[in-house]
Structure formats: structure tokens, C-alpha cells
Design a protein around this ligand. Sequence first.
Ligand SMILES: Nc1ncnc2c1ncn2[C@@H]1O[C@H](COP(=O)(O)OP(=O)(O)OP(=O)(O)O)[C@@H](O)[C@H]1O
Ligand SMILES: [Mg+2]
Length: 253
Amino acid sequence: MPDSLYRIESLWKRFPNGTEALRDINLELYEGQCTLIAGSNGSGKTLLMKTLVGLVEPSAGRVLYRGKPLMEVLSQVRQSVGLVFQDADAQIIGETVADDVAFGPKNLGVRGKALEIQVDEILQRLDLSSKKHMPPRRLSGGEKRRLAVAGILAMGCDTVIMDEPFANLDYHGVVQVLELIDQLKRGKKTVIVLTHELEKVLGLADRLVILHDGAIWDDGEAQEVLDRLKPEYGIRDPRHHYKTVEDCTWLGK
Ligand SMILES: Nc1ncnc2c1ncn2[C@@H]1O[C@H](COP(=O)(O)OP(=O)(O)OP(=O)(O)O)[C@@H](O)[C@H]1O
Ligand SMILES: [Mg+2]
């Protein structure tokens, strides 16, 4: 069994308006695994992700990181766990692609030639070398997600959490993100993907968790979880085939 990275115990998030956005979440996330957390719009994916790095404070329950309460090890968590937000533009910091990647290592005190080498190496790994001097806002959606991951890897993070990584991406962009997830897996990183677009990524996941209405409804091996899928979860079973033009609609299926 892989080591436990996160242990979430009886976690609740209630808002002053009465919304119970996370309801009694109990979840263990393991090191080196690729976990897919699937949930429809409003199921609590983004909030759950934010609780993992202390950006949202739970109303009850607790989050343990490598066995320790999250708040006691927050600076370690912020250095080890990188988030790729749904809105890639929100994460852009630098004037150029190279600046953007350099931001993290600079904060960690890396300077001069060492910084340059580190940035170049990461840009090359993520196939962004030719964009090095470009303003990040001019990158395509897929390239922006690659840039966000480049920044995370430059910090030396060993865990990458991606929130809806396929949002607004065309076929080529989706393939780029999938290749990236595959690369992270091969590099033994822990990858957590939050999405409702199972058909794009499930084949890469070691495990499937269903989040619905703020609660965990299922958790296990992908095939078994899909066999138990209920329509109310708002997740479409991706095992449909598109053999004819008539099949190419999600209406009524
Ligand atoms: N500050 C807040 N006050 C009240 N309710 C909130 C607040 N922030 C989030 N919520 C509610 O919590 C629920 C979960 O939100 P969250 O953003 O985590 O959903 P999500 O699964 O990421 O959805 P999407 O797929 O649309 O991104 C939603 O119903 C949302 O309206
Ligand atoms: Mg969200």
C-alpha cells in the first residue's frame, strides 16, 4: 500500500448563508497515485482542493498532511503541493514565460546562472522553450496549463492538483494536458485531478472518487465505481461508444 499523503477526517464546510458545501468528507489520498475526483458543477471540487492547501478553512473536521495537522505544516505543504487552477490566467505572475517559471525558485533564493539553468530545463521538459520570451497571456489555453505546471515543478513540488484541467481546451489542448499528466505520473508525482470530464482522463487514473452535493458517494477502482454510477451524481458514464453520427449527442443518453 502506498504511503498516505492526505487524510481528510469528517470535514465540513458551512457558509453563513446556510450552504453546506462540504459534508462529512472522509478521504485518504496516497502518495504516487493518480486520483480522479469527479463531481458535477457545484459538487464542491474547488472548495475541497482549496482545503488541501489551507486556502479554505473547514467549519469542522480536519486535514492531515503526512500524518500532521495541515495548519502545523502549512509552509511545507505550500512548497510541496502545487495547484493548477481552473482559470489558468489567474495564475500568471511573470511578464514572460521564463519570468513566470523563475518566480518560485527566486522566492526560494535561487539566483544567477543556477536559476537560468533550472528554468531552461523545466521549459524544455514541458515543451515551452520556444515560448520562453513570450508574454504568458499570449499562450494558448493548453500552453497556459503547461506553464502553470512548469511553475509548480520549478518549486520542486511533488504533488500536483488540477482543477478542471480540460476547461476551454480543444482536442489538441486536451491531449497536451493528458501528456502532461502522464509525464507527471512517470515522474512518480502524486496527481489529483478534479473534473466531471471522465471520458478524457479516466484511463490514466488509479482510482475514482465521486463527489456529489458536497459529499463522497463512491470511491474505488474506476470500473467498479462506474458500474455503480447513479444518474443523480450528474456524471456521465464515459463507456459510451460513438460509432455513428446519431450517437454524437449527449441528449437523451
Ligand atoms: N463563499 C461562499 N458562500 C456560499 N456558498 C459558496 C461559497 N463558495 C462556494 N459556495 C458553494 O459551494 C458549492 C461548491 O462550490 P465549488 O466551487 O467547490 O463547486 P465545484 O464542484 O468546483 O463546481 P464547478 O464544477 O462549477 O467548478 C457551490 O454550491 C457554491 O455555490
Ligand atoms: Mg470548480
